[in-house]
Design a protein around this ligand. Sequence first.
Ligand SMILES: [Ca+2]
Ligand SMILES: [Ca+2]
Ligand SMILES: [Ca+2]
Length: 468
Amino acid sequence: MALIFLSLSKTSTAQVLYSEGFTDITVLPGWANQNLSSPVGSTGWFQGNSGVFPSQAGAATAYIGANFNNTTGANTISNWLFMPNISIKNGDQFTFYTRVPTGGATFPDRLQVRMSLNGASTNAGATATSVGDFTNLLLDINPTYGAAYPETWQQFTVIISGVPAPTSGRLAFRYFVENGGPSGANSNYIGIDEVVYTAIGACSGTPAPGATNSTANPVCPGINFTLSLATPGSGVTYQWQSSPDGTTWTNITGATNGTLTTSQTVATYYRCNVTCGANTGTSTALQVNMAAPSACYCTPAATTCTLDDEILNVRLGTLNNPSSGCSGAGYTYYSAVAAPDVFIGAANPMAVSVGPGGTEHVAVWIDYNQNGQFEATEFTALGSGNGSTINGIVAVPASALTGTTRMRVRVRWSTALTGTQACTGGFFGETEDYNVTIAPCVPATITSAPTSVSIVCGANTSFTVAAA
Ligand SMILES: [Ca+2]
Ligand SMILES: [Ca+2]
Ligand SMILES: [Ca+2]
């Protein structure tokens, strides 16, 4: 293989060990593949289909692909693509592009990058769940089968760590999708293009990493974002730090790569110490702020609501909203409907009318802590019915914050929703969001005594009650 030398910066040298654009996937010197899906389907790795989408670079078909037919029925896909045997070491850079078709979240895909340090081995075990020598997971794209797999070509970068001395091994792509296949809920079609492995030489001088960048700012609580450096350098080591105030800094345990994927629940400053030998340079601190809760509520994955598995009316305090019919994806936020008061520490009666689609289970979440997330602790199972009105109680905990926040009402056919299912989809049902105002429960006091304390037959009495 021809070795190409290039210079990444004044302080280091770099050497491309392999670079592949997939002009013809039948000619991949040093590469190997094995489909361990169970059972094996009608396809393996194939030349890119420009009718699905064109390549990232080169001729329109110049990429490598895999799809749901890697297995049959509804089974686990585990299709391996092993890259050439090379010498691997800390700081080396591995980059590639990947994508799925537009609308890919309907049948989510997943891709792993794994590493073996066992020479030329292509041993990935013998089953769909085995990994053999490829125990080191370097990257996992869309492991929760959400919408995290990019629908346009996106470059991913892996910086090798944990390999202090040069070691013979391989990297591998693993198209790994549980519940995949033509009848599975997951797996569609992925493409991979422009794969480059660059060995990085030694650094010198004092690193100057420059700005700290974030993929999102402000961010939502608990949602991952990735920090990176304007000038990450090469042949250097990294230690990320965080701070509540930009003054007092603490090392983040394990955050020793050139990028850091993390999440937070309060605004936090970040910076990175970049070290070359005895010299350390520090990136410019970045404060990552919290987004308003209203910008953070998840849009549920699509549900089917056209077969009477729908919400027809929602009643809670002064809220009484007729809502028959539903939008295409089964989700509507009634933002213009006036928010009713619901009271802390009180049993708030609620009534939800459902369509006659069968047994319909009604679930309610209220964002009591106003963090933009519907959590299991904020969940009420209201009950179930069929073409009827379901009455239940929403007990607002004493810990709820006062003020206006979001309520989510969901109906699901046949199966009850659980507290962690405020954002799930793929079932028959509907979701409606409303604003509600959490109000303190103010005890009433009797301000005048009954006018007649000794009531006789046929006589009325009266008294007055006022909130304090
Ligand atoms: Ca290409
Ligand atoms: Ca509705
Ligand atoms: Ca919450």
